[in-house]
Design a protein around this ligand. Structure first.
Ligand SMILES: [Zn+2]
Length: 300
């Protein structure tokens, strides 16, 4: 198995992202520099000008729009019924004897809950762990396959190869290094209501047979890793395998092919069918099989 089968962004693409990202908020940078308060910002703004000169945009570009696709982590966050849920424990919160304010908490949680990423080791023996996946591998073009109508009729719906091909008929071939986002509408509309999202609010092993929510079909996962060159798959439910899956075949296929996965994505309704770039910033847990992640899209 290749260690890094997914091509990283072309350097020119990266430069374009820099130019796009920088084109939105130049005013604060220039204001800070003009006041002479932040020499580093002057350097940053000259770098910005350098990037603009290199890419040479001849006309004004619209400002980039950021879409946060991350749910806040809280006690109500959706976790697998058998996983340790997110808990925040207050350690300090108030004035100290020395007179200053001090707030600090502990948190505990499974790697796999809330908006999070899966590493290949999750379902593939010898697969890569979180800290071994380079940052650039988490960034790529987002393809959104909207199957919310089918999922509204059948909450155990599985995205099919036909759904992927229908997307390609409308929008062109799935680009190299894409994040393929399945939009079910389920999590997006109901998160974090456990009955609506998971199919049950029971916890523990007894809840597993009650799980019911949509996911990818094993055939679609197989098609994406064999017939297309994807970075990973993602969706707005708690698992890339549907809730009723008895064997987590989709996880086995994706992790076995050294690809990545994202679960419990927020705001997938506002992601366009194509044209956005997805940025995933997971905690690089050493040895981790997954991790909470800040996920956002730069919209076209
Ligand atoms: Zn996971």
């Amino acid at each position: 198995m290749e260690k890094h089968p997914v091509p990283t962004a072309h350097p020119a693409d990266r430069l374009r992202h820099v130019a796009e990202a920088r084109s939105a908020p130049p005013r604060p940078v220039l204001r800070g520099a003009a006041r002479g308060e932040a020499p580093m910002r002057r350097i940053a703004s000259s770098l910005l000008l350098g990037a603009l000169v290199v890419t040479g945009p001849s006309k004004a570009q619209p400002p980039s729009k950021l879409l946060d696709m991350t749910y806040p982590f809280e006690d109500a966050s959706v976790y697998w019924p058998t996983a340790t849920p997110f808990r925040l424990t207050r350690v300090s919160f108030g004035p100290t004897p020395g007179g200053w304010w001090y707030a600090s908490n502990d948190f505990t949680a499974s790697e796999h809950g809330g908006t999070h990423a899966d590493a290949p080791i999750h379902f593939a023996e010898g697969g890569r762990t979180m800290e071994r996946i380079p940052l650039e591998e988490w960034i790529g073009p987002a393809v959104k396959v909207d199957v919310s109508a089918a999922c509204a009729k059948d909450r155990d719906y599985m995205l099919t190869v036909a759904d992927l091909k229908a997307w390609e008929e409308r929008h062109g071939r799935i680009p190299k290094g894409a994040w393929v986002v399945m939009y079910t509408g389920h999590g997006t509309r109901a998160y974090p209501d456990p009955v609506a999202v998971l199919g049950t609010d029971r916890r523990g092993a007894d809840a597993i047979p009650l799980l019911s929510f949509p996911g990818f079909s094993p055939e679609a996962a197989d098609f994406l890793v064999k017939e297309r060159s994807i970075r990973g798959i993602a969706l707005d439910t708690p698992s890339i395998d549907r809730g009723r899956s008895p064997d987590f075949r989709v996880h086995q296929i994706i992790c076995g092919a050294d690809r990545l996965a994202l679960e419990n994505l927020a705001a997938a309704d506002r992601l366009p069918a194509k044209g956005a770039t997805l940025y995933v910033v997971p905690i690089p847990i050493r040895g981790g099989s997954g991790a909470p992640a800040r996920v956002f899209a730069v919209l076209p």
